[in-house]
Design a protein around this ligand. Structure first.
Ligand SMILES: [Zn+2]
Length: 325
Protein backbone atom coordinates (compact mmCIF):
# COMPACT_ATOMS: atom_id res chain seq x y z
CA UNK A 1 0.00 0.00 0.00
CA UNK A 2 2.95 2.32 0.45
CA UNK A 3 3.92 2.10 -3.22
CA UNK A 4 3.45 5.52 -4.84
CA UNK A 5 1.99 6.79 -1.59
CA UNK A 6 2.85 10.46 -1.22
CA UNK A 7 0.85 11.15 1.92
CA UNK A 8 2.00 10.63 5.48
CA UNK A 9 2.65 6.94 6.06
CA UNK A 10 0.56 6.77 9.22
CA UNK A 11 -2.61 7.04 7.14
CA UNK A 12 -1.93 3.59 5.69
CA UNK A 13 -1.62 2.25 9.23
CA UNK A 14 -4.92 3.81 10.16
CA UNK A 15 -6.65 2.43 7.09
CA UNK A 16 -5.46 -1.09 7.94
CA UNK A 17 -6.63 -0.74 11.53
CA UNK A 18 -10.05 0.54 10.44
CA UNK A 19 -10.53 -2.38 8.10
CA UNK A 20 -9.48 -4.86 10.79
CA UNK A 21 -12.00 -3.27 13.14
CA UNK A 22 -14.68 -3.40 10.49
CA UNK A 23 -14.07 -7.05 9.68
CA UNK A 24 -13.83 -8.08 13.34
CA UNK A 25 -17.13 -6.36 14.06
CA UNK A 26 -18.66 -8.02 11.05
CA UNK A 27 -17.44 -11.49 12.11
CA UNK A 28 -19.09 -11.07 15.50
CA UNK A 29 -22.38 -10.11 13.89
CA UNK A 30 -22.02 -12.90 11.33
CA UNK A 31 -21.49 -15.52 14.03
CA UNK A 32 -24.66 -14.34 15.71
CA UNK A 33 -26.44 -14.70 12.38
CA UNK A 34 -27.17 -11.00 12.14
CA UNK A 35 -25.63 -10.22 8.74
CA UNK A 36 -25.95 -11.76 5.32
CA UNK A 37 -24.02 -9.38 3.08
CA UNK A 38 -20.25 -8.99 3.09
CA UNK A 39 -18.76 -6.11 5.05
CA UNK A 40 -18.78 -2.88 3.17
CA UNK A 41 -17.18 0.51 3.73
CA UNK A 42 -20.06 2.93 3.69
CA UNK A 43 -18.24 6.09 4.73
CA UNK A 44 -14.67 6.93 3.85
CA UNK A 45 -13.07 8.04 7.06
CA UNK A 46 -9.60 7.92 8.46
CA UNK A 47 -8.45 8.16 12.02
CA UNK A 48 -5.62 10.68 12.29
CA UNK A 49 -2.91 9.30 14.54
CA UNK A 50 -1.66 11.60 17.28
CA UNK A 51 1.82 11.59 15.68
CA UNK A 52 0.34 13.49 12.74
CA UNK A 53 -1.18 16.18 14.91
CA UNK A 54 0.27 19.19 16.64
CA UNK A 55 -1.66 21.64 18.75
CA UNK A 56 -0.16 24.98 19.76
CA UNK A 57 -1.75 28.29 20.75
CA UNK A 58 -5.21 27.11 19.82
CA UNK A 59 -4.16 26.06 16.33
CA UNK A 60 -4.44 22.43 15.25
CA UNK A 61 -2.13 21.21 12.50
CA UNK A 62 -2.69 17.91 10.73
CA UNK A 63 0.04 16.55 8.49
CA UNK A 64 -1.16 15.47 5.05
CA UNK A 65 2.07 15.14 3.05
CA UNK A 66 5.28 15.10 5.10
CA UNK A 67 6.90 18.55 5.10
CA UNK A 68 4.78 19.64 2.13
CA UNK A 69 1.13 19.89 2.98
CA UNK A 70 -0.78 20.25 6.17
CA UNK A 71 -4.21 21.23 7.34
CA UNK A 72 -4.47 24.11 9.77
CA UNK A 73 -7.49 24.82 11.94
CA UNK A 74 -7.78 27.64 14.43
CA UNK A 75 -10.10 26.07 17.01
CA UNK A 76 -10.79 29.41 18.71
CA UNK A 77 -12.80 30.46 15.65
CA UNK A 78 -15.51 27.91 16.33
CA UNK A 79 -17.78 29.08 19.13
CA UNK A 80 -19.32 25.63 19.75
CA UNK A 81 -15.97 24.10 20.71
CA UNK A 82 -15.59 24.48 24.48
CA UNK A 83 -12.64 26.63 25.52
CA UNK A 84 -11.85 24.83 28.75
CA UNK A 85 -10.42 21.55 27.47
CA UNK A 86 -7.09 20.05 28.55
CA UNK A 87 -6.04 18.44 25.30
CA UNK A 88 -7.07 17.32 21.84
CA UNK A 89 -8.23 13.72 21.69
CA UNK A 90 -8.97 11.63 18.63
CA UNK A 91 -9.25 13.28 15.24
CA UNK A 92 -11.21 11.77 12.36
CA UNK A 93 -11.13 12.89 8.78
CA UNK A 94 -14.02 12.23 6.44
CA UNK A 95 -14.42 13.32 2.85
CA UNK A 96 -15.79 16.68 3.87
CA UNK A 97 -15.35 17.00 7.61
CA UNK A 98 -12.71 17.04 10.27
CA UNK A 99 -14.08 15.59 13.49
CA UNK A 100 -12.13 16.71 16.52
CA UNK A 101 -12.61 15.48 20.05
CA UNK A 102 -11.39 17.49 22.99
CA UNK A 103 -10.72 16.07 26.43
CA UNK A 104 -10.85 17.32 29.95
CA UNK A 105 -9.80 15.52 33.14
CA UNK A 106 -12.64 15.56 35.62
CA UNK A 107 -13.70 13.49 38.56
CA UNK A 108 -17.43 13.75 38.35
CA UNK A 109 -19.44 13.85 41.55
CA UNK A 110 -22.82 15.12 42.65
CA UNK A 111 -24.49 16.46 45.78
CA UNK A 112 -27.99 15.68 44.61
CA UNK A 113 -29.57 13.57 41.93
CA UNK A 114 -32.11 14.09 39.18
CA UNK A 115 -33.85 11.26 37.32
CA UNK A 116 -35.14 11.20 33.75
CA UNK A 117 -37.68 9.25 31.77
CA UNK A 118 -37.83 9.68 27.99
CA UNK A 119 -41.04 9.09 26.10
CA UNK A 120 -42.19 9.67 22.58
CA UNK A 121 -43.71 13.10 23.15
CA UNK A 122 -42.36 14.21 26.50
CA UNK A 123 -39.48 13.99 28.87
CA UNK A 124 -40.21 13.75 32.57
CA UNK A 125 -37.62 14.72 35.14
CA UNK A 126 -37.47 14.75 38.91
CA UNK A 127 -34.98 17.48 39.83
CA UNK A 128 -34.30 18.53 43.38
CA UNK A 129 -37.72 17.49 44.65
CA UNK A 130 -39.57 18.96 41.70
CA UNK A 131 -41.26 17.30 38.72
CA UNK A 132 -40.37 18.91 35.40
CA UNK A 133 -41.80 18.20 31.98
CA UNK A 134 -40.07 18.91 28.71
CA UNK A 135 -42.12 18.90 25.54
CA UNK A 136 -40.82 16.51 22.89
CA UNK A 137 -43.67 16.98 20.40
CA UNK A 138 -41.39 18.90 18.05
CA UNK A 139 -39.00 15.96 18.05
CA UNK A 140 -41.87 13.56 17.42
CA UNK A 141 -43.01 15.76 14.56
CA UNK A 142 -39.55 15.61 12.94
CA UNK A 143 -39.63 11.81 13.01
CA UNK A 144 -43.22 11.68 11.71
CA UNK A 145 -42.43 14.01 8.80
CA UNK A 146 -39.67 11.73 7.60
CA UNK A 147 -41.72 8.63 8.20
CA UNK A 148 -44.35 9.92 5.79
CA UNK A 149 -41.66 10.89 3.27
CA UNK A 150 -40.15 7.43 3.60
CA UNK A 151 -43.48 5.76 2.90
CA UNK A 152 -43.87 7.80 -0.29
CA UNK A 153 -40.39 6.89 -1.45
CA UNK A 154 -41.06 3.22 -0.72
CA UNK A 155 -43.78 3.29 -3.36
CA UNK A 156 -41.16 4.44 -5.85
CA UNK A 157 -38.88 1.52 -4.98
CA UNK A 158 -40.52 -0.89 -7.44
CA UNK A 159 -39.73 1.23 -10.46
CA UNK A 160 -36.56 3.01 -9.43
CA UNK A 161 -34.84 0.97 -6.71
CA UNK A 162 -31.52 2.84 -6.87
CA UNK A 163 -33.01 6.32 -6.76
CA UNK A 164 -35.32 5.41 -3.92
CA UNK A 165 -32.47 3.88 -1.91
CA UNK A 166 -30.43 7.05 -2.30
CA UNK A 167 -33.37 9.23 -1.36
CA UNK A 168 -34.09 7.14 1.70
CA UNK A 169 -30.49 7.43 2.86
CA UNK A 170 -30.52 11.19 2.31
CA UNK A 171 -33.73 11.66 4.26
CA UNK A 172 -32.69 9.37 7.07
CA UNK A 173 -29.50 11.41 7.45
CA UNK A 174 -31.52 14.63 7.53
CA UNK A 175 -33.97 13.22 10.03
CA UNK A 176 -31.14 12.23 12.34
CA UNK A 177 -29.44 15.60 12.00
CA UNK A 178 -32.59 17.53 12.78
CA UNK A 179 -33.44 15.26 15.71
CA UNK A 180 -29.88 15.52 17.06
CA UNK A 181 -30.02 19.27 16.72
CA UNK A 182 -33.18 19.33 18.85
CA UNK A 183 -31.65 17.02 21.45
CA UNK A 184 -28.43 19.04 21.59
CA UNK A 185 -30.35 22.18 22.53
CA UNK A 186 -32.41 20.30 25.09
CA UNK A 187 -29.48 18.51 26.74
CA UNK A 188 -27.41 21.72 26.88
CA UNK A 189 -30.30 23.45 28.65
CA UNK A 190 -30.81 20.56 31.08
CA UNK A 191 -27.07 20.28 31.80
CA UNK A 192 -27.06 23.99 32.73
CA UNK A 193 -30.06 23.58 35.00
CA UNK A 194 -28.47 20.61 36.73
CA UNK A 195 -25.19 22.47 37.16
CA UNK A 196 -27.04 25.25 39.03
CA UNK A 197 -28.38 22.66 41.47
CA UNK A 198 -25.17 20.58 41.53
CA UNK A 199 -27.31 17.60 40.51
CA UNK A 200 -26.06 14.42 38.90
CA UNK A 201 -28.34 12.39 36.65
CA UNK A 202 -29.94 8.99 37.09
CA UNK A 203 -30.79 7.44 33.76
CA UNK A 204 -32.48 4.25 32.62
CA UNK A 205 -30.15 1.46 31.62
CA UNK A 206 -31.69 0.51 28.31
CA UNK A 207 -29.43 -2.45 27.60
CA UNK A 208 -31.64 -4.95 29.35
CA UNK A 209 -34.83 -3.94 27.56
CA UNK A 210 -35.94 -6.62 25.16
CA UNK A 211 -37.21 -5.61 21.77
CA UNK A 212 -40.77 -6.81 21.81
CA UNK A 213 -42.03 -8.05 18.52
CA UNK A 214 -44.59 -5.46 17.56
CA UNK A 215 -45.98 -4.54 14.20
CA UNK A 216 -46.56 -1.39 12.23
CA UNK A 217 -46.67 1.95 13.96
CA UNK A 218 -46.22 0.47 17.44
CA UNK A 219 -42.93 -1.11 16.37
CA UNK A 220 -41.90 2.18 14.73
CA UNK A 221 -42.72 4.15 17.87
CA UNK A 222 -40.80 1.74 20.06
CA UNK A 223 -37.71 2.09 17.87
CA UNK A 224 -38.00 5.88 17.80
CA UNK A 225 -38.46 6.07 21.52
CA UNK A 226 -35.35 3.97 22.07
CA UNK A 227 -33.30 6.00 19.60
CA UNK A 228 -34.42 9.25 21.26
CA UNK A 229 -33.66 7.93 24.73
CA UNK A 230 -30.21 6.63 23.80
CA UNK A 231 -29.23 9.81 21.97
CA UNK A 232 -30.54 11.93 24.83
CA UNK A 233 -28.58 9.92 27.39
CA UNK A 234 -25.38 9.90 25.36
CA UNK A 235 -25.47 13.70 24.94
CA UNK A 236 -26.54 14.47 28.50
CA UNK A 237 -23.88 12.18 29.97
CA UNK A 238 -20.89 13.78 28.28
CA UNK A 239 -22.22 17.30 28.84
CA UNK A 240 -22.74 16.64 32.54
CA UNK A 241 -19.37 14.98 32.98
CA UNK A 242 -17.72 17.92 31.27
CA UNK A 243 -19.26 20.07 34.00
CA UNK A 244 -18.00 17.65 36.66
CA UNK A 245 -21.38 16.06 37.39
CA UNK A 246 -21.81 12.33 37.74
CA UNK A 247 -24.20 10.02 35.89
CA UNK A 248 -25.67 6.73 37.10
CA UNK A 249 -27.60 4.07 35.27
CA UNK A 250 -30.27 1.90 36.86
CA UNK A 251 -32.25 -1.07 35.65
CA UNK A 252 -35.64 0.45 34.75
CA UNK A 253 -37.52 -2.86 34.96
CA UNK A 254 -41.00 -2.27 36.48
CA UNK A 255 -40.16 1.37 37.21
CA UNK A 256 -43.67 2.47 36.25
CA UNK A 257 -45.36 -0.58 37.84
CA UNK A 258 -43.93 -0.34 41.34
CA UNK A 259 -45.65 1.86 43.91
CA UNK A 260 -43.19 4.52 45.12
CA UNK A 261 -44.99 4.68 48.51
CA UNK A 262 -45.65 1.10 49.53
CA UNK A 263 -44.62 -2.41 48.41
CA UNK A 264 -47.74 -2.55 46.19
CA UNK A 265 -48.04 -3.13 42.49
CA UNK A 266 -49.31 -0.38 40.15
CA UNK A 267 -51.83 -1.18 37.44
CA UNK A 268 -53.12 0.86 34.49
CA UNK A 269 -55.99 3.06 35.59
CA UNK A 270 -57.10 5.80 33.21
CA UNK A 271 -55.14 7.17 30.29
CA UNK A 272 -51.55 7.53 31.49
CA UNK A 273 -52.54 7.14 35.14
CA UNK A 274 -51.49 4.20 37.28
CA UNK A 275 -53.19 3.00 40.46
CA UNK A 276 -51.66 1.12 43.38
CA UNK A 277 -53.42 -2.14 44.22
CA UNK A 278 -52.36 -1.86 47.83
CA UNK A 279 -52.63 1.78 48.89
CA UNK A 280 -54.63 4.70 47.50
CA UNK A 281 -51.99 6.20 45.21
CA UNK A 282 -53.07 7.24 41.71
CA UNK A 283 -50.31 8.84 39.68
CA UNK A 284 -49.10 9.57 36.15
CA UNK A 285 -46.97 6.65 34.98
CA UNK A 286 -44.02 8.85 33.94
CA UNK A 287 -43.93 10.42 37.37
CA UNK A 288 -44.08 6.99 39.04
CA UNK A 289 -41.11 6.02 36.86
CA UNK A 290 -38.90 9.00 37.70
CA UNK A 291 -39.65 8.68 41.42
CA UNK A 292 -38.66 5.03 41.41
CA UNK A 293 -35.58 5.62 39.27
CA UNK A 294 -34.46 8.28 41.71
CA UNK A 295 -34.93 6.05 44.76
CA UNK A 296 -33.25 3.07 43.13
CA UNK A 297 -30.43 5.22 41.80
CA UNK A 298 -29.73 6.78 45.18
CA UNK A 299 -29.61 3.38 46.86
CA UNK A 300 -26.63 1.15 46.26
CA UNK A 301 -25.13 1.98 42.90
CA UNK A 302 -25.39 -1.09 40.72
CA UNK A 303 -22.17 -2.76 39.64
CA UNK A 304 -23.17 -2.94 36.00
CA UNK A 305 -22.81 0.84 35.79
CA UNK A 306 -19.26 1.01 34.58
CA UNK A 307 -19.38 -1.83 32.06
CA UNK A 308 -22.62 -0.74 30.49
CA UNK A 309 -21.46 2.79 30.02
CA UNK A 310 -18.27 1.69 28.33
CA UNK A 311 -20.33 -0.44 26.02
CA UNK A 312 -22.57 2.47 25.13
CA UNK A 313 -19.81 4.89 24.31
CA UNK A 314 -17.98 2.31 22.27
CA UNK A 315 -21.09 1.68 20.18
CA UNK A 316 -21.54 5.36 19.58
CA UNK A 317 -17.96 6.10 18.61
CA UNK A 318 -17.59 3.22 16.20
CA UNK A 319 -20.74 4.13 14.29
CA UNK A 320 -19.41 6.92 12.09
CA UNK A 321 -16.39 4.89 11.08
CA UNK A 322 -17.82 2.09 9.05
CA UNK A 323 -21.04 0.38 9.90
CA UNK A 324 -21.52 -3.06 8.38
CA UNK A 325 -24.64 -2.92 6.27
ZN1 LIG B 1 -48.98 1.80 47.11
Amino acid sequence: MLKDWKFSKHYVDSAINSVIGLVEGWIKLYNRGKVKKKPEITKRTVYVKSTLISFRNGVLKVSIEPRKKHLEVDLSKYPWIPKDFDRVGGVLMTENELIITVKKDVEPNAEKWASFDVNLTNLTAFVDGEIKRYDLRQLYHIHRTYEVKGQRIQKLAKYKPKTSKKLLEKYSEREKNRAKNFLHKLTTQIARELKENNCGAILEDLKGIKDNVLNGSKEMNRKLSKWNARTFQFMLEYKLKWLGLDVRYVDPKNSSKTCPLCPGHMVAYEGRLMKCENCILVMDRDIVAVLNLQMWGMGSPKALDELEREGLSRDESSKPLCAPT
